[in-house]
Structure formats: C-alpha cells, structure tokens
Design a protein around this ligand. Structure first.
Ligand code: CP3
Length: 332
C-alpha cells in the first residue's frame, strides 16, 4: 500500500511518507518553461495542463502524493469578486463591497474545470494519491477584505472591529464555500483535503479559541473524509487546535516536533514541519533539521513529513529530492 495512504489510515507505512506544500511551483524548471507559454489563468483552467503540472513533482522528487494544481483564491471569482495574479506583489482581489452582495457559492458555477482536472489526473495516475484543498475561512476572508496579502491580519482585524456583523457574515460565506469545495474534491476522488489557513495564527489565542474555532468546527463536522489543517504561528495553541477534530494538523516550523507530539493526542495525525528556508541549501545543517523534525514523531504511524510552509521559489529541486530520499530511508 502507498505509504501516504497507510499514514492516513494510521497503519504502519513502508516508509515515512512525504510531500511538500507548494510542490508544483516556480522552483521547478519544468513549471517555469510551461509558464513562459501560458498565462497563469490558462494553467489553472485547462485540465490537460493542470494534470501535467500536478504530476511534475511526483516524477522529479519521488513524493508519495500529488496536490491538485490550483489556487485558494480561484473559487472566490464565482462569488463576484475579481482575482488577479498579474501584479508584482502577489494576488489582488477587488470588487468587494459587503458580504451580502456576494453571490452564493455554487459548486456548479465554480468557473474552472476542477472536476475534469481531478478525473484526468486520476485516470492517468490511478496509483498516486491526490490531495485537494481550499483556503481557510480567515485566510480567504483576509484577501477579500484587504484586497491582497494581509498575513498579520492588521487590515482584516480593523475591519472586524468596525464591521463585526459583516465580518461574521463573510466568514460564514467562506465556511459555506469551504464545505462545498472539500466535499466536491472528496467526491471527485481526492484521498485527503487540506485547509490552507496560512494567516490564522495572527489571531490572538483568545480570539482563535473563543471566536474563530467554532467556524473551523463547523467545517470539520460537515465534511466526511480526511482533512488536514495547516496554519502558521499557531504553535502555542496546537493542543486546542487538535480538539477541533481534524485528522491531521500541520503546524509551522516555529514549534518543535517534540512539543507538537506531546500536545496532540495519538489519534490526531501530524504533518510537517521543516523550515522551508532550511531547504534552500544542501548541507549538514539541513539533514540535522530533517532529523530533529522526524525523531520525536517517528513512532507514530499517522505522521506525514512536510514543510512548515510552502516551498520557497529559490529552492533547488535536487535538495528536495535529497530530503525525500533521507525521509524515505530514515532509520533511528
Ligand atoms: O503545489 C502547489 O503549488 C499547488 C497549488 C497552490 C497554489 N497556491 C498555486 C499558485 C497552492 C496549494 C496554493 C496555496 C495558496 N495560495 C496559499 C496557502 C499557502 C501559502 O503559501 O501560504 C495562499 C496564501 C495563496 C494565495 C496566493 N496565490 C499567493 C500569496 C500567491 C503569490 C505568491 C506565491 O505564493 O506564489 C499566489 C499565486 C499562486 N498560487 C501562483 C501559483 C502557481 C502563481 C505564482 C507562480 O507563478 O508560481
């Protein structure tokens, strides 16, 4: 059995499974070549290209799972906001007035052929587990409110203060989108779905547990299937986070794996959490970092190696391949 699938089922895997967040990105020369010929929207919306790009890291790195090539902001377009990736400073989201003027999210009108892309990948690579994903509620809401990346939630929290009711309504709309997206991807054949809630750790611990956690709980309770929750800067609340009931938690690299293992109950899987900056050069320190991530968690069957955030664009493909080999060959 594929080791990624074993870990999902909490059964002893043949080797420690590994994949990388943002593994289908700019650091890949093959991706950059394709990118020269097509603009990004073409890449996201043509199933043949999506399938091709999704497969590149499996072939080049030997990872145990693929993640469908898409972006967390794409589905927002069907709610009536405009999403653009053409500026130099990250994506921009325009056209938001208030949550009540957003269209209801209908999976039938998602605006890009996600089902076809997933089907094509599964048809061509039936043995490779495919991961689906969405953004997390506050991470997507922050792009809608701030119009671009607001990683410390400064703009978003200011909106929350001034327009509390609207903010709650916006989060509800995001939760609705997320539930529909996750169910749809699971139905279409994804073995695991991941919530990328990159900026959620910028809530204070109190805001997170009393105000925000119920939105996450609603997602968990509405979706049957394996869900991984990823966020950054949530190391100090990882124990609370595990009570929500996600199957796996991927914290960032700012918390040691020892602390994660002690805080998270055995039935909750763990994914992560190598510092992506460690993968920028191939040296002794990198291998020490890899070992310090794996050692405390090696006894768990439900452990999947990954980074603590996405692959950085300057990463060398060979370094990631060496990491995969080291993880697969890990012996105490
Ligand atoms: O492995 C993969 O790359 C899978 C596809 C994927 C993309 N975005 C493609 C993408 C995934 C899983 C994402 C997640 C995503 N998108 C997150 C969560 C993870 C994280 O990095 O925090 C966030 C916050 C976004 C929003 C977003 N989209 C940003 C901030 C950017 C610009 C900077 C960047 O990370 O590239 C994008 C653009 C984007 N997303 C591109 C792609 C292929 C275009 C940039 C490029 O040409 O590579």
């Amino acid at each position: 059995m594929n080791s990624f699938l074993s870990a999902l089922e909490d059964r002893e895997p043949q080797h420690i499974p590994v994949w990388f967040m943002r593994q289908a990105g700019r650091y890949l020369p093959e991706f950059r070549e394709i990118r020269k010929k097509h603009d990004l929207m073409e890449l996201f919306t043509q199933p043949d290209l999506v399938e091709k790009i999704t497969y590149i890291p499996v072939e080049k790195l030997g990872v145990d799972a693929a993640i469908i090539f898409s972006d967390i902001l794409l589905p927002l377009r069907s709610m009536g906001v405009h999403v653009s990736y053409s500026g130099g400073s990250g994506p921009s989201v325009t056209g938001y007035a208030d949550p009540f003027s957003l269209n209801d999210f209908e999976i039938e009108n998602i605006g890009f052929p996600l089902r076809e892309s997933i089907s094509l990948f599964r048809e061509r690579h039936p043995d490779i587990p495919l991961i689906g994903f969405t953004g997390g509620p506050v991470t997507m809401a922050s792009y809608v409110v701030a119009g671009g990346t607001d990683s410390n939630l400064q703009v978003t929290k200011h909106y929350m203060r001034r327009k509390g009711k609207e903010f709650v309504e916006l989060l509800k709309r995001m939760v609705d989108l997320i539930i529909k997206m996750l169910k749809f991807q699971i139905r279409s054949g994804c073995k695991m779905v991941q919530i990328f809630d990159s900026w959620a750790g910028s809530f204070s611990p109190r805001q997170f547990t009393t105000f925000y956690a119920p939105f996450l709980r609603e997602i968990r309770n509405s979706v049957d299937g394996k869900i991984t929750y990823f966020s950054t800067c949530t190391g100090n609340i990882v124990e609370d986070l595990s009570t929500i009931g996600f199957d796996f938690i991927n914290p960032d690299w700012r918390i040691s794996m020892e602390k994660v293992v002690n805080a998270v109950p055995d039935h909750t899987g763990i994914q992560g959490n190598l510092d992506p900056a460690s993968a920028l050069s191939m040296d002794d320190d990198l291998m020490k970092e890899v070992e310090s991530v794996i050692s405390p968690v090696r006894k768990r069957n439900n452990y999947i190696f990954n980074l603590g955030h996405g692959v950085l664009p300057d990463t060398d493909v060979n370094t990631l391949r060496k990491i995969v080999e080291a993880v697969h060959g890990f012996r105490e």
